[in-house]
Design a protein around this ligand. Structure first.
Ligand SMILES: NC(=O)c1ccc[n+]([C@@H]2O[C@H](COP(=O)([O-])OP(=O)(O)OC[C@H]3O[C@@H](n4cnc5c(N)ncnc54)[C@H](OP(=O)(O)O)[C@@H]3O)[C@@H](O)[C@H]2O)c1
Length: 355
């Protein structure tokens, strides 16, 4: 039985704009591209240099610099926020900047923010499938969630700003995003081709030598293909540019992004099949992670158990905008097998070099 050597489990290398890069790629191909002036906040000078050739103005800095973020936001009619769905000080800086813009210029700016369906997480720890399904047409359901839920504090601050009237907010909430991205931004190493979560599961399975799951893997999440998620952002943008009055915002402006559901067990099984095929695992069947493993692979016990929650939702408001996703859960599972094989080969290649 082949087992990939790992002295200690390491979290994956730094990622770079998987979701944001996919939307940027579509903006750069947009029919109205010539009318846009796009500015991107970028942490690394190398990445900024790579972006220059795409006619994107880059500003080197981080969201940890509130003055910089506030100034940049104050100069934009539309702010897309993709960097971190949980960074409250960063979003507060954006809100201050947009308020300043409204006060100084009279322009009513738009904030389009990438949140996530983890806001719906329960504490099922993989033990059962919930029948609670949230609907983005029913914001009262989302408003009933505690402020302590993932992403919620940021989302609440954004909606409050909309209520105050100095901006209009649109919060997109994707389920598990999947799919391998290709294209000029990936080739230029500006964009990450892989999602966050799926490779994480694959790496955990490689580290264990067999695929694992939290509890019985029964809890349910939704999924959305990265290309179709990016389409939703562009549909939202186009609608806003055409007729902002027609687009729900603020309290009504939550947009789930999903086109199918999976249990965590199904997801793990797809990885197990890939591992067995290349001889890394004897069995395709996932086994339950013990408490030590949950903490190890989650980073903390709490984050580990979050990898076995229910977070079910329906993107009815997004579909009402005209969004028509077609990729299904089967596409997600197929993509997962493809990613597993790619990552296994990548790790095997690294080991060969070490030996
Ligand atoms: N992917 C999913 O399945 C999914 C689903 C739901 C919600 N979300 C949420 O969406 C957000 C983005 O996800 P993603 O998958 O696109 O992540 P990603 O590939 O890691 O991209 C995040 C980008 O934000 C940049 N960034 C992060 N912190 C920054 C900071 N302090 N200053 C400046 N730039 C910063 C990163 O810069 P560098 O390039 O310098 O690292 C990277 O380019 C996350 O908050 C995530 O929780 C993701």
């Amino acid at each position: 039985m082949k087992r990939l050597k790992t002295n200690s489990y390491k979290t994956p290398e730094r990622r770079k704009r998987y979701v944001g890069g996919s939307v940027l790629a579509l903006l750069l191909k947009h029919p109205d591209k010539e009318k846009f002036e796009i500015t991107a906040l970028v942490r690394s000078p190398q990445r900024a240099a790579s972006l220059d050739r795409f006619e994107v103005t880059t500003v080197i800095g981080t969201t940890e610099e509130p003055g910089l973020v506030e100034n940049l936001a104050s100069q934009a009619h539309i702010v897309f926020s993709f960097a971190d769905a949980d960074n409250l000080p960063a979003i507060q800086a954006v809100l201050r900047g947009l308020r300043r813009r409204r006060e100084n210029t009279g322009d009513l700016p738009f904030l389009i923010h990438n949140s996530g369906a983890a806001v719906l997480n329960d504490d099922s720890r993989g033990m059962y499938s919930s029948d609670v399904i949230y609907d983005d047409m029913k914001p009262e359901e989302i408003e009933a969630l505690p402020a302590t839920q993932p992403h919620r504090a940021v989302d609440m601050a954004i909606v409050e700003a909309d209520e105050r009237g100095y901006l209009r907010s649109y919060i997109v909430m994707p389920g598990s995003v999947y799919g391998i991205v290709s294209g000029p931004l990936v080739n230029a190493r500006v964009q990450n081709p892989y999602a966050r979560l799926m490779p994480h599961f694959i790496r955990c399975a490689l580290d264990r030598g067999e695929v694992g799951m939290v509890g019985l893997g029964k809890s349910i999440w939704t999924n959305v293909h990265i290309g179709e998620l990016a389409d939703l952002y562009i549909i939202l943008l186009d609608k806003l540019l055409a007729n902002p009055q027609a687009v729900a915002h603020g309290r009504q402006g939550y947009y789930f992004a999903e086109n199918g559901e999976h249990t965590w067990g199904q997801l793990s099984l797809a990885i197990g099949i890939a591992l067995e095929r290349v001889g890394i695992s004897k069995s395709v069947e996932p086994t339950t992670l013990n408490e030590e493993e949950v903490a190890k692979y989650g980073g903390t016990l709490e984050k580990g158990y979050a990898l076995g929650t229910n977070a079910r939702c329906r993107a009815n408001r997004s579909r009402a905008l005209g969004w028509k996703p077609t990729k299904t859960t089967q596409d997600m599972l197929d993509s997962l097998k493809e990613q597993s094989e790619a990552l296994i080969m990548e790790q095997q290649a690294k080991q060969t070099m070490i030996m």
